[in-house]
Write a protein that binds this ligand. Structure first.
Ligand SMILES: Cc1cc2nc3c(=O)[nH]c(=O)nc-3n(C[C@H](O)[C@H](O)[C@H](O)COP(=O)(O)O)c2cc1C
Length: 217
């Protein structure tokens, strides 16, 4: 290994401000608190607070993770968009169970979600695709996300070919590009606190509605 300045990862440690999270504040369902935490993350200027890490399960139970952007949420679940031929989409087609983490480290918080993903309708994906910048729309047509690429030149040529083909016409959504909604069975809110005595409150979906429980930190 080449020489590097010393970096003592084990000594990296942070004491969290003693902001608490109690059952009353959590409310009766997870989406109101989620909205308020997302707003707080935005307010302190976290870069891309809607970035979330998505875990899927592949062949033989092997997990894989990547970051995607939350593009909508309501009591049905959390929505993101991607290429339906990508690894994540192929894994979700085989096994729709998935998990998310919103790592809002700068405010000492995380939200984790476990649930089941399903594709949005074509009409829902069309509606979002129409709002994307033109460059992203063109890129979606050129995209073969997660396939092997011979070099940057192949990508540039594919984008140029699409741009020439569409000219000034409106760009419609490719059938292989669209959204997923992850419908949660569990949503856990983690609030960092002093001495590692953090607050963890977990909502679980039951036939009677959402159940709220506290977990040991
Ligand atoms: C901040 C950030 C946001 C991203 N947002 C998306 C997204 O919304 N959709 C997407 O398909 N990929 C997004 N990506 C790229 C993915 O992390 C990933 O590289 C890509 O989707 C291919 O993943 P896969 O091969 O596991 O399917 C984002 C990456 C970063 C770092």
């Amino acid at each position: 290994m080449p020489d590097h300045p010393p970096l003592d990862v084990a000594a990296l440690r942070r004491e969290y401000a003693n902001l608490g999270l109690d059952e009353q504040e959590a409310g009766r369902e997870p989406f109101t608190l989620f909205r308020s935490w997302l707003q707080a993350a935005l307010a302190v200027g976290i870069a891309e607070p809607n970035a979330m890490v998505l875990a899927t399960v592949g062949h033989a139970g092997a997990p894989s993770v990547r970051t995607v952007l939350l593009k909508g949420f309501d009591d049905r679940g959390f929505v993101f968009f991607t290429n339906y031929t990508s690894r994540k989409a192929r894994e979700l087609a085989d096994n729709p169970r998935a998990a998310l983490v919103f790592p809002w480290i700068a405010v000492g918080r995380q939200v984790t979600v476990r649930g089941t993903a399903s594709r949005l309708t074509g009409a829902e994906s069309d509606e979002y695709f129409a709002t994307r910048p033109r460059g992203s729309q063109v890129a979606a047509w050129a995209s073969r996300q997660s396939d092997l690429l011979s070099g940057r030149a192949e990508l540039d040529a594919a984008v140029a070919a699409v741009a020439e083909r569409v000219g000034q016409d409106p760009v419609t959504r490719p059938a292989y590009w669209g959204g997923f909604r992850l419908s949660p069975e569990e949503v856990e809110f983690w609030q960092g606190r002093g001495d590692r005595l953090h607050d963890r409150l977990r909502f679980s979906r039951t036939s009677e509605g959402w159940r709220l429980e506290r977990l040991w930190p």
